[in-house]
Design a protein around this ligand. Structure first.
Ligand code: SF4
Length: 271
């Protein structure tokens, strides 16, 4: 059987698990293996997602599971997104929403952010949770690589109030090396921007995606959708299998300067 949730279109046989480690074929069906498996739970400032123009100054219950449909050697959350054996606590959508509501009463929580690992490969849980959260007046925020099949995204978007989508680079070669798909991400950025509040993040890795020309092309393309889409240009630090030294703060400043020629809202991150 084929899983069509993302561009990998994994062919699965009984007992096999997909590229993302979060879906597999069990008892003749393709199932979500990380449904309700919480590896991370925290009440975070909304700016940490990062979102600069959505309920600034608020906090949001941030949850994560395991698995990812990209294999970035520089992953900043590799323990939960790339490793095989991950510890987790099982929660139902009702339990997550009840926790979010309690935190809303006690600490001003505005909703639920699906983040830390790639949330969209746990599609069924995100969908159930987001729908229930909306029914209780909570906000839903997705922090994603933006690389699932557009038809699934369309069904989820009515329940999503804001997104931060990674636009990791602007070359197909960069995306191919991490098992990603630039064209699908671009397509989904256009789609999501039409339906919800979208901000973008680019993690700048020295020698890989830090060229002026690439930043020019990327920000011109973003401006062709809207000059008002906020872009977060973030500083990289060595993690997981990538040992390139951290990005110079001056280079982040320089790329922000280039980006501001094309976009109205550019923010530096991790500096
Ligand atoms: S969601 Fe996972 S199992 Fe499904 S196609 Fe993508 S990588 Fe493969």
């Amino acid at each position: 059987m084929k899983c069509d949730l993302c561009f990998h279109q994994c062919e699965l046989t009984e007992g096999k698990t997909g590229f993302c480690k979060a879906r597999g074929m069990r008892d003749g069906k393709i199932v979500s293996l990380n449904y309700g498996c919480m590896t991370s739970l925290a009440l975070d400032p909304i700016e940490k997602k990062p979102l600069a123009q959505f309920h600034s100054g608020s906090s949001i219950l941030s949850i994560g599971s395991f698995g990812c449909n990209f294999h970035c050697d520089f992953c900043q959350n590799a323990i939960i997104s790339q490793e095989n054996h991950v510890e987790y606590e099982k929660l139902t959508p009702e339990e997550v929403v009840n926790l979010a509501l309690r935190l809303a009463d006690e600490q001003g929580n505005i909703g639920i952010a699906y983040t830390y690992n790639e949330p969209l490969i746990g599609y069924e849980f995100i969908y159930d949770c987001a729908k229930l959260a909306h029914a209780h007046g909570l906000k839903n925020v997705l922090v994603t690589n933006g690389a699932i099949t557009s038809k699934y995204l369309m069904d989820l978007l009515p329940y999503i109030d804001a997104m931060n989508i990674d636009l990791k680079a602007f070359t197909s070669g960069f995306y191919e090396k991490i098992g990603g798909n630039l064209e699908l991400v671009k397509e989904n950025i256009i789609l999501c921007s039409a339906y919800t509040h979208v901000e973008l993040t680019t993690l700048i890795i020295p020698g890989r995606n830090d060229g002026e020309e690439e930043m020019q092309q990327m920000t011109k393309w973003i401006a062709s959708i809207s000059k008002d889409i906020p872009l977060h240009i973030s500083r990289y630090f060595p993690r997981y299998h990538c040992h390139i030294p951290p990005t110079d703060v001056d280079q982040i400043e320089h790329l922000c300067h280039i980006a501001r020629m094309n976009l109205n809202y550019v923010y530096k991150g991790n500096c």
